[in-house]
Write a protein that binds this ligand. Structure first.
Ligand code: ADP
Ligand code: MG
Length: 629
């Protein structure tokens, strides 16, 4: 028997371990299972290259909870440790055997999947245990070793009687950590961190129903048997080659990742690079809603199949954090701050690789199966529009496949749109005016007016579209977007100033002051007289594009002008001086009748813009019945 002091420079590091990692107690299990996995994979590697002359077999890792004895066992059938190795790897804290192994077998072990350390490694056991034992037998022909340590730097080491190869770690769970003896808690942890680790992990047993033997009677109970409860899938989809996977495999993996998610993903992107960095993974486009904030943080980050985090900020470009799936890369530094991460060269490359892969996938979908792409457009547009706004490189690619649907359900690329409307919708200053609506129902009458002129109206309704329009106006020549109710249609796309007013200047002035007298009292519409077609609407309420868009942009963050959010809504009342009704208003002699005509016309204009509410609506209805009589 040997005793000694663990080689650390402070007297007692264990209180420190507990204190500093307080919030992350639970990762001890991930660390110990990672070590058990490494030990198994190392043995696999050594048998493959012929250095270990033993049978590799079908090793598993077992987790056993002993509630009464307050002990947790983690047992592997890996390569084990000799006495020398325990001294070296365990007693010298912070000496990583994984690193040494990888250096020694540099070339051949490159793809062995050995995990190594993320954190504190073996000693994180002391976050939850007051005493830890190791019973280990090396694959080499040497006696087994029993090491134990009660939380002080003094350890005890002696020979053990263990016969079979591998290592058993026994944690004597501390009083404040007994939660880690509960089945549910352990299952939860195993599912979170180890669900896709490469060596089968057993936790207890489960009952399996067997097929009934031939000739069994109808109501004979089906036979059952107890089998190992293996909690992980050692070969998750992302570790396979894309060529070996079918569409159904991707879908079933999605269900494995998100068991509570009933909606199927729209499509997936398989990531697979090994130079200049190593990264595999599968990203899924889920069906997205307009609620942007809610859908983030669903991508899981793994390192060699060990779950690390579901916060991929800094690694995945911001606009893609709305996607789902997994990314597995050993090249992402883990124990660094987020800002350091963003400055890291490898991480930057990873982020731009992901962007490029997503753009390429979308482009090939668009090219090869446009119909399907169009059908999915509404569910994916948010990600694409957001990407176009935030990543210039993505904008350049997406500009070729981003779609602009018309109110009639035709989906056009920007180029196709331009081609289609350029003859009819270029104004007298040679500007191409793109008309759109944000709500087909609410802006119905405006849409109809635009269509009657043969104009195309787009349906653009995503929450960040204002920002995108702003960007398109800035990056393309001579175009502008205008919502159909931003002005009267003849003003939105001004062809030439040919309309002659039927009213004299004097009459116009009289009309304007009469209108303002009635209207000014109850609202803040800016009256604007226009000479238009005689059959165009007499009164139209419009909402200038610029102010409205700035306000909307400010609501979805950034872009808008300072203080715009507090500005009241601004409306113009466009009065068609050439319409018969306006002529009648001017000609009416009795003040009461004139007022009634003005109010009724104004209310109709408000009604078609969805602005007639409350008391005004009640009065309008009353007045209308009287006029019908
Ligand atoms: P790392 O895993 O980064 O090497 P750890 O502190 O987790 O660091 O482990 C230290 C070393 O102890 C390992 O590299 C390995 O050599 C040895 N070790 C730990 N657990 C086991 C185990 N279950 N079987 C064999 N060796 C182990
Ligand atoms: Mg480790």
């Amino acid at each position: 028997m040997a005793t000694g002091k663990i080689n650390v420079s402070v007297d007692n590091i264990f209180p420190l371990i507990k204190k500093f990692l307080y919030s992350d107690y639970e990762i001890f299990l991930r660390e110990l299972i990672s070590n058990a996995t490494d030990a198994t994979l190392k043995l696999k590697h050594l048998t493959t290259i012929g250095e270990a002359k033993v049978e590799y077999g079908h090793p598993i890792i077992e987790v056993k909870a002993d509630k009464e004895g307050k002990k947790l066992h983690i047992i592997d059938q890996g390569l084990g440790m000799t006495e020398e190795e325990v001294k070296k790897y365990i007693n010298e804290v912070a000496f990583s055997g994984a690193e040494e192994f990888l250096n020694k077998y540099e070339d051949s072990a490159k793809d062995s999947g050995i995990i190594g350390h993320f954190g504190l490694g073996f000693y994180s056991a002391f976050m939850v245990a007051h005493k830890v034992e190791i019973i280990t037998k090396s694959y080499k022909d040497e006696p087994a070793v029993h090491w134990s340590c009660d939380g002080s730097p003094e350890f005890v080491m002696e020979q053990a009687t263990k016969e079979d190869r591998g290592t058993e770690i026994i944690l004597h769970i501390a009083e404040d950590s007994t939660e880690f003896l509960e089945d549910a808690r352990i299952t939860g942890l195993l599912n979170k961190y180890n669900k896709f680790m490469p060596v089968p992990i057993k936790f207890g047993t489960k009952t399996e129903t067997l097929p009934k033997p031939e000739g069994a009677k109808e109501d004979d109970p089906a036979p059952t048997k107890e089998v190992d409860n293996i909690i992980n899938n050692p070969n998750p989809a992302w570790t396979n080659q894309p060529a070996d996977l079918k569409a159904e495999d991707y879908k079933s993996f999605y269900r494995e990742l998100y068991p509570m998610q009933f909606e199927e993903p729209l499509f997936n992107i398989h990531l697979n690079v090994d130079y200049p960095f190593n990264l595999t993974g599968i990203l899924y486009f889920p069906k997205l809603t307009n609620d942007l904030a809610q859908q983030k943080d669903r991508i899981q980050l793994y390192q060699n199949q060990v779950f690390v985090t579901d916060n991929v900020e800094g690694i995945v470009p911001e606009f893609l954090t709305m996607l789902r799936g997994v990314i597995d890369s050993p090249d992402i530094p883990l124990n660094v701050s987020r800002s350091y991460l963003q400055a890291d060269g490898a991480v930057k490359k990873i982020s731009s690789y992901i962007t490029r892969k997503v753009a390429d996938k979308l482009n090939s979908l668009f090219k090869n199966n446009r119909e399907e792409f169009e059908a999915k457009w509404n569910d994916i547009k948010i990600v694409i529009e957001y990407g176009m706004l935030s990543e210039e490189k993505f904008f350049e690619k997406a500009d070729k496949f981003a779609l602009y649907p018309t109110v009639d359900g035709t989906y056009l690329t920007f180029e196709e749109l331009q081609e289609k409307i350029k003859d009819n919708q270029t104004d007298k200053d040679n500007k191409l005016v793109i008309l759109y609506t944000s709500d087909k129902e609410a802006q119905h009458s405006y849409i109809e007016t635009a269509k009657s002129k043969g104009y195309e109206v787009l349906l653009l309704d995503s929450p960040i579209i204002g920002h995108l329009m702003q960007k398109l106006e800035g990056s393309k020549e001579n175009i502008s977007f205008a919502r159909v109710d931003a002005d009267h249609i003849d003003k939105l796309i001004q062809k030439e100033d040919t309309q002659i007013s039927k009213l004299s200047d004097e009459e116009k002035e009289t009309l304007k002051s009469e209108l303002e007298k009635v209207i000014g009292e109850k609202s803040s519409y800016t009256v604007q007289l226009e000479a238009m077609d005689s059959d165009a609407s007499p009164f139209t309420i419009t909402e200038p594009e610029f102010m409205r868009r700035m306000k909307e942009m400010q609501q979805t963050g950034g872009g808008g002008m300072f203080g715009m959010g507090q500005m009241p809504e601004m409306y113009n009342l466009i009065v068609n001086t050439n319409s018969a009704l306006v002529g009648e208003i001017l000609a009416t002699k009795t003040a009461k009748k004139k007022e009634r005509l003005i109010n009724q016309s104004l209310d109709l204009a408000k009604l078609s813009k969805g602005l007639l509410k409350g008391k005004d609506l009640t009065e309008f209805i009353k007045r209308s019945y009287e006029m019908v009589k």
